[in-house]
Design a protein around this ligand. Structure first.
Ligand code: NAD
Ligand code: MG
Length: 390
């Protein structure tokens, strides 16, 4: 029996993970469920999945979680805060961790799982962007198995059979849907609303990653993610727009072979790969009917209209604290965009301005990365409040 901690249980990935887990009651159980601040949603999940532990991020919500569990007659123990979460992730309550908290807020618990040698189903790409070297090193030292859940990286993981990319790999190509604004000009993006930006044509996801998909920053973060996961320099990482989102990425070998993984755009496939690996287990995802789809299209990304992809590649090349600052400025900008405080085009402008203004330093320690993250957030927030980029 695999006991799983689902972090970000109330989110899009968390919900998909619980769906797959519930399909295998003899082999998988949710031992720990964790969420940010939505107590009602967490209580509803506890009633269905009956975990041993439930963790709410916001300390102020603990009494409501405790009384809700009590009045539902559940034996689930209530906890709150980041420290309690890390202790549970590292302890006996689970052997497998689905890291699906959104943003840099997921770093500590992801690191705790890696350091404790757990099987780590890694959806929280921001933790790799922020502290990829430290995270990969911690996992290696503790013998943790990382299975990437991001569909592109999961596809590559499958093509490489869980290995790093060796000298036999010539190039890895990440596919991108192009997001809801594919084909538009910059001028046509000036007035787009948050509701339009989160309406992704192919994937149903949380708001932050949906905006990242609309700016193509998501693909930029994924380049950095791929660099850390598979040990490839940026020159061997490519991006190709594929609007149907059926080919999830490609690995090209030195002999001219290219392997790809295909499937319907449903994250339960990636999660089932992570939960069952090296076995294949049912995920609830239907078969791919290529005749019905008829065609697969590919085109290069438009870096002039969507500069975030270029900025992320530059940050990957610059190394050190640059990716951490890129991620922090982006999180700040996306949050301001979702709140209606800035326009869509200001997201890339804020990230570019932050990276131009702040010094890149070596990323030797978690403290140095945390400081770079905080500096970038302050810089971006200041530019938003003063309206410097409006
Ligand atoms: P979401 O917004 O739907 O869910 C986020 C979850 O994180 C929620 O359960 C929320 O309660 C929790 N959370 C937020 N802040 C927290 C905190 N401080 N402490 C504890 N919990 C906290 O997001 P999502 O779409 O499920 O994405 C989650 C992660 O997976 C992101 O890093 C995203 O980039 C990645 N990812 C998502 C998809 C997808 O299809 N949704 C695909 C690839 C990668
Ligand atoms: Mg992805």
């Amino acid at each position: 029996m695999r006991s799983i901690a689902v972090l970000g249980a109330t989110g899009s990935i968390g919900t998909s993970a619980l769906d797959v887990i519930a399909r295998h009651p003899d082999a998988l159980r949710a031992g720990v469920l964790a969420a940010g601040g939505n107590v009602e949603a967490l209580l509803a999940l506890c009633a269905t999945h009956q975990p041993d532990h439930a963790v709410i991020g916001d300390m102020a919500c603990l009494p409501r979680l405790q009384s809700g569990l009590r009045s539902a007659g559940l034996a689930t123990q209530a906890h709150a805060g980041a420290e309690a979460l890390c202790a549970l992730v590292a302890g006996e309550a689970c052997d497998t961790v689905v890291a699906a908290i959104v943003g840099a807020a997921g770093l500590d618990s992801t690191l705790a799982a890696a350091r404790a040698g757990k099987r780590l189903l890694l959806a929280n790409k921001e933790s790799l962007v922020l502290a990829g070297e430290l995270l990969i090193r911690a996992a290696r030292e503790a013998g943790a198995t990382i299975v990437p859940i991001d569909s592109e990286h999961n596809a590559i993981f499958q093509c490489l059979h869980g290995r790093e990319a060796g000298a036999d790999v010539r190039r890895i190509t990440l596919t991108a849907s192009g997001g809801p604004f594919r084909g538009r000009s910059r001028a046509q993006l000036a007035d787009v609303t948050p509701a339009e930006a989160v309406a992704h044509p192919k994937w149903s996801m949380g708001p932050k990653i949906s905006v990242d998909s609309a700016t193509l920053m998501n693909k930029g973060l994924e380049l950095i993610e791929a660099h850390h996961l598979f040990g490839l320099a940026d020159a061997r990482l490519d991006v190709l727009v594929h609007p149907q989102s059926l080919v999830h990425s490609l690995v090209e070998f030195v002999d001219g072979s290219t392997l790809a993984q295909l499937g319907l755009p449903d994250m339960r496939t990636s999660l089932a790969v992570g939960l069952g690996w090296p076995q294949r287990i049912p995920s609830g995802v239907g078969a791919l009917d290529l005749a019905a789809h008829g065609r697969l299209d590919f085109e290069p990304p438009d870096l002039d209209t969507f500069p975030c992809l270029r900025l992320a590649r530059e940050a990957l090349r610059a190394g050190g604290t640059a990716p951490a600052m890129l991620n922090a400025a982006n999180e700040t900008a996306v949050s301001a965009f979702l709140q209606g405080r800035i326009g869509f085009l200001s997201i890339a402008a804020l990230v570019e301005d932050t990276l131009a203004a702040l010094q890149v330093e070596p990323a030797q320690s978690l403290a140095a990365l945390g400081e770079a993250d905080a500096r970038a957030r302050r810089h971006a927030e200041h530019a938003i409040t003063t309206g410097a980029l409006q």
